[in-house]
Design a protein around this ligand. Structure first.
Ligand SMILES: [Ca+2]
Length: 364
């Protein structure tokens, strides 16, 4: 083995070590094997892919972000406020107003409430303000070949991304997204774009970054396809009988229990307020949220688990639901604050108090 090859091998082997710069991706054996696979299975041009991968940039910050040890998972009271802030709610009302007809269409087509679709887009990207600055191709290539722990997952997403770019006739070097390769207003991974995204404004192409309607339809479709049940409950605040609490709290693992029949919870001393909707016979989970003072407990139903299919986190699903409820409340309040029709003869200084622009904000 020549020195150059030894050095190259060492660099490949320590791709994430400090100071080491991996070889160009098009020259690395694992990338070449991947290219050969794409050529054989999907009829890509070999030279075209080799050239493309010569432009892939290793992103050490992505590997660092993915590898950062989680000493302690975030707590609800630390996680939630950013998603329930006045700005996040105002932004949601604005997004709702701007896309009212599309949201109503998605709600009736998919059975997913408009506020849930708005809240997902709000939590994911602040309604499109933070959609990510990494080149999706760099992110996915880095994670596919320099993040061994999830190499298979990201190789698959990279394959999906290249197929998607080919289907859409766009350059793979153009798309921007998160450090994990998710993009657009709803932060779909390429595999999800291919499986669930819709051209919901009917202009003949799917664009989750520039076309809010496509994002709205795609989120609705994603949740419906993951079994969202129209009108079924999501979560309900629960009380735990102090006498039985020890056994019940032992069922919680990382703040969430296994799902059990509702009757089993009731038998063990867990109760909830009257449910707005029939929970059906599906098993139910018990959720604990760390509040600043004492923890709160919630029964979580099928639709809550559907939200976790979007992002596998009890905090995420709950924040989406709470933002959705805050949006509904703020929207109702804003509707009530609309100035009533004022007779033309009414003197200006007799205008009703509801015209005070600050009136609608006091309760938030
Ligand atoms: Ca479209």
């Amino acid at each position: 083995m020549s020195l150059a090859v030894l050095v190259a091998t060492a660099l490949v082997g320590t791709g994430t070590a400090e100071g080491a710069v991996p070889l160009r991706y098009d020259q690395r054996p694992e990338t070449r094997a991947f290219i050969a696979e794409l050529v054989a299975e999907h009829a890509f041009g070999h030279r075209e892919l080799a050239r493309l991968f010569s432009h892939a940039r290793y992103q050490p910050r992505i590997v660092a972000a993915m590898s950062r040890p989680v000493f302690e998972p975030p707590k609800w009271y630390e996680y939630a406020p950013q998603f329930l802030s006045a700005q996040r709610i105002d932004g949601g009302l604005e997004f709702w107003r701007a896309n009212k007809a599309t949201l109503a269409r998605a709600q009736s087509q998919f059975g997913v409430p408009a506020e849930v679709i708005v809240a997902i887009i709000g939590v994911e990207t602040f309604y499109g303000r933070n959609t990510g600055q990494y080149r999706v191709f760099d992110a996915l290539t880095t994670l596919a070949f320099d993040y061994p722990r999830r190499s298979d997952f990201f190789k698959n997403e990279l394959r999906e991304f290249l197929l998607l770019a080919r289907d859409q006739g766009i350059s793979p070097l153009e798309a921007k997204g998160s450090y994990a390769g998710a993009s657009g207003l709803p932060q779909f991974m390429p595999g999800s774009v291919r499986a669930y995204a819709l051209d919901y404004d009917g202009d003949g192409r799917i664009d989750l970054s520039a076309e809010p309607a496509d994002a709205i339809g795609s989120v609705g479709n994603y949740l419906a396809r993951h079994d969202w049940q129209p009108g079924a409950p999501v979560l309900a605040q629960a009380r735990v009988d102090p006498a039985a609490s020890e056994a019940v709290l032992r069922t919680l693992d990382g703040g969430l229990s296994e799902r059990r029949p509702l009757e089993a919870w009731v038998r063990d001393g867990v109760s909830a307020d009257a449910l707005a909707a029939d929970p059906g016979s599906d098993p139910v989970g018990l959720l604990m949220l760390e509040e600043a003072a004492a923890p709160s407990y919630w029964l979580v139903f099928g639709n809550w688990y559907v939200l976790t299919r979007y992002n596998r986190s009890r905090l995420y699903a709950t924040a989406v639901w709470q933002l959705a409820q805050a949006l509904v409340a703020a929207r109702t309040e804003a509707a009530h604050a609309e100035p009533p029709t004022v007779p033309a003869t009414l003197p200006a200084d007799a205008a009703p108090a509801a015209r005070d622009p600050s009136a609608g904000e006091s309760a938030r």
